[in-house]
Design a protein around this ligand. Structure first.
Ligand code: ADP
Length: 773
């Protein structure tokens, strides 16, 4: 056994240590792998009581070091635990005892054998040692948290009191310094010198530490914000995961949709910005769903996708012809319009406006135009729209905001160049506060609609490729600036014969096929179609006719299924089985001529109509009483008629006394349809003359015309509609203003064949024809 207290010298097997420096007192575990080191271990265990010298290579890369490769001082140590590792190496725990000075390398084979002498400590100045020791202890205690690899071990060891020699080795072993710097603690034999080294190294370390802290601080500051966001986001994700919410997937999906969409760059950037905002919003917050709806809107709006137009005008014409019966003039104008479009490749400067009563085919014509051009078709109705926001959308700050009807239409179209039908443009409601027509002006103006702005979408939207078509029932109700933009094509009421052809050639097949019934299983006779038109409908167009045909087809299908019938045949005679009792009497004309009852012809929003004007008088104070559904203009007509009758009483054979001592009462029955327009003057005047002069009125005569105070008859509008209505209700003669003679050509021949037309310039002309006796 070596007495380490004494100076000694000897030879011992050596273990060459690489990359690390040990000092006495340290906890040393090393893996021994090189053959000569393993042999040294065997030798030490077998013959040297476990004692070895640990020698330290200056360069760890040298595999077979020479004596000069070793640090000149080594450590005398004893093997305390040895474990064999699966790879054949040994893991060995050494007990490092003391420093030894290496004198020579005796041999390298089979193990390194080192000749050494124990290292003698240099005598010291004790006062200096005390001061140094104090200083080192203070520094160690103050800075332990960052100085050492294992600060707890250092502090625990110091607690029990420790010699300066041991303190030096302990602190030097644990300091976080590079290994080659630790060599000086191994080789120096002066304690005071070692203590000074410690002070220096500690100071250096403190400096480094403060620089590190400073750097950390700046890095932390800049990282803080990101980190905070990161942290919050992670937290949110955790919460969402916990709640089973898959917002992440959702965001990913939205991002893909935005990236794959055809948005222009500016819009895409905006969408991505909103998407980032959406990511941070709590999924349950209302804000989150607002942003989501906005993003979905941006994604679903078509930004550049378009369909290819039909370029062959003949194909377009063929499609248009095939879709509608008659309407020659209308079709011709539409074809002109489309030709211009095809030739120039641009939308014509004016917008088409199809005007006419309901059910005459305005909507279906617009659809056929889309079909003829191979374009998508969308439709929005402006009936009852009184707020600009319905057209242009609400700002997003508004609760429940959505885009307006135009953008909504585009979303439905899915392409930027649909045929866009703006229905009932005459039904826009305007007041002082709100003028939706100005927004429509922007939409329909080819100069402006390239940059249409919807309040909700916020980004400009290009409507210039859209082919807008409008419809109206009543042209007069369209605001003038809007009407100026439009090329009006008028469609008028159908005659019975036209209705019959439309029914027979278009509507029957449409309904039968539309309901999925085979054409061979259904038959309707011409007589039945005519009976439906005359006995069950009273309309300008063919909507009701189409509806009734639909209802007949449904009942027939039921019959085929229940009664296992092969085929259903509808005739005039079995019609009541399907439609019930007839609703209208063929002939509305009363059975005999009457006093004070005159049939007028009116032009209503639903086409032409007849109206019975009644007049009577009873004792009173010369008042005029008006009842029934009369518009303002008609009241004025009544007053003018009364004035004329009063001033011409004598000539017309009216007793002036009757006029003086009675109230006059004028009534317009059938209050359901509002009637307006200045064309009832002659009718009211005729009724008054009839009742006051006690002369009967020819019940087969209908009339229309305005009168002046001195009895002149002024022209009217809607002659075609009125004439059709007159023949429909069974009248045989009509009296119209002379100035309307030029319009008679508009009346379909079949109507003219049934009606005798009289022209009037003065009321007397009218009275001559209408009054019987
Ligand atoms: P509007 O828009 O004028 O109120 P619609 O276009 O809705 O009328 O027409 C009503 C129905 O009548 C549609 O099914 C339409 O196809 C049909 N129709 C109208 N006119 C004709 C016509 N001339 N030829 C064939 N079908 C027609």
């Amino acid at each position: 056994m070596y007495n380490i207290k004494k100076i000694f010298s000897d030879c011992l097997p050596a273990i060459a240590v690489r990359g690390i420096i040990f000092l006495p007192g340290a906890d040393v575990r090393i893996e021994v792998g090189r053959e000569f080191s393993k042999a040294a271990v065997f030798e030490a265990e077998s013959n040297r009581d476990g004692y070895v010298v640990l020698v330290f290579q200056r360069n760890p890369d040298i595999l077979e070091p020479e004596f000069s490769d070793f640090v000149e001082v080594g450590i005398l140590a004893r093997i305390s635990v040895k474990i064999k590792l699966p790879n054949g190496n040994f893991k060995i725990k050494f007990e490092p005892l003391t420093r030894v000075k290496l004198n020579d390398l005796i041999t390298k084979d089979p193990f390194y054998l080192i000749d050494f002498t124990s290292m003698v400590l240099q005598p010291e100045n004790l006062d200096e040692e005390k001061v140094l020791l104090k200083m080192v202890s203070k520094q160690v205690l103050e800075n332990a948290n960052f100085l050492f690899r294992d600060s707890k071990a250092v502090l625990n060891n110091m607690k029990g009191g420790i010699s300066s020699d041991k303190l030096c080795d302990l602190v030097a072993s644990e300091l976080r310094i590079p290994e080659n710097e630790r060599i000086k603690y191994l080789i120096t034999n002066s304690i005071n010198k070692r203590l000074q080294y410690l002070l220096e190294d500690i100071e250096k370390e403190k400096n480094l530490q403060s620089i590190e802290t400073k750097i950390n601080e700046t890095v932390r500051k800049s990282a803080d914000q990101n980190q905070k966001e990161y942290y919050l986001r992670e937290k949110m994700r955790a919460i969402q995961e916990e709640l089973g919410d898959s917002k992440q997937d959702d965001t990913k999906k939205l991002r893909e949709q935005i990236e794959n969409s055809d948005m222009p760059k500016a819009v895409r950037e905006k969408a991505l910005k909103e998407l980032r905002r959406y990511e941070y919003l709590a999924p349950t917050s209302s804000e989150s769903s607002v942003v989501r709806t906005y993003l979905e809107t941006l994604i679903s709006i078509p930004w550049s996708k378009e369909t290819e137009d039909e370029s062959d005008i003949n194909k377009a014409i063929a499609k248009l012809e095939a879709s509608h019966y008659g309407l020659e003039k209308v079709k011709e104008r539409i074809i002109e319009y489309l030709s211009v479009k095809m030739l120039t490749g641009k939308n014509p400067q004016t917008i088409l406006c199809l005007s006419g009563p309901p059910g005459v085919g305005k909507t279906s014509l617009a659809k056929s135009i889309a079909n003829a051009l191979n374009r998508e078709f969308v439709k929005t109705s402006l009936g009852g729209v009184h707020d600009e926001a319905e057209i242009r959308g609400h700002r997003r700050t508004y609760v429940g905001a959505l885009p307006g009807r135009i953008i909504n239409g585009m979303i439905k179209a899915k392409v930027v160049n649909p045929v866009f039908l703006v229905d009932e443009i005459d039904k826009l409601v305007m007041n002082e506060r709100n003028d939706p027509s100005s927004a429509m002006l922007e939409v329909l103006d080819p100069e402006q609609n390239e940059f249409f702005s919807d309040h909700y979408v916020e980004e400009d939207y290009d409507l210039s490729k859209v082919l807008f078509i409008t419809t109206a029932n009543y042209l007069n109700n369209i605001p003038a600036p809007l009407r100026d933009r439009m090329e009006v094509i008028e469609l008028s009421s159908y005659t019975e014969i036209e209705k019959f052809h439309i029914g027979k050639n278009f509507l029957v097949n449409k309904q039968v096929e539309g309901h999925g019934l085979k054409l061979s299983k259904f038959e309707i006779t011409d007589g039945a179609i005519k009976a439906i038109i005359n006995n069950y409908t009273r309309e300008a167009g063919v909507r009701q006719l189409e509806r009734l045909l639909g209802s007949i087809v449904r009942k027939s299908i039921k019959e085929i299924l229940i009664k296992k019938a092969d085929k259903v045949k509808i005739t005039k005679d079995n019609l009541t089985d399907y439609l019930g009792k007839r609703i209208f009497k063929n002939n509305q004309i009363s059975k005999k001529d009457m006093i004070g009852v005159v049939t007028g012809l009116a032009y209503t929003q639903a086409g032409g109509d007849t109206l019975e004007v009644e007049a009577t008088y009873y004792e009173g104070k010369n008042k005029l009483v008006l009842t029934g559904n009369l518009g303002d203009v008609m009241k004025e007509s009544a007053m003018a008629a009364v004035s004329f009758v009063r001033s011409n009483a004598k000539r017309l054979g009216i007793d002036p006394d009757i006029l003086d001592s009675n109230d006059l009462h004028i009534h317009v029955p059938e209050g359901a349809i509002p009637k307006d327009g200045p064309s009832a003057g002659v009718t009211i005047a005729t009724a008054l003359v009839s009742v006051l002069a006690k002369r009967k009125v020819n019940r087969f005569v209908g009339m229309t015309g305005e009168i002046t105070l001195n009895g002149r008859v002024l022209p009217i509008g809607g002659l075609k509609e009125k004439a059709i209505a007159a023949s429909r209700s069974g009248l045989k003669e009509i009296v119209i203003p002379q100035e309307n003679e030029k319009d008679v050509d508009d009346i379909p021949q079949e109507v003219r064949d049934k009606l005798k037309i009289h022209y009037a310039t003065k009321l007397d002309d009218v009275l001559n024809i209408a009054l019987v006796s």
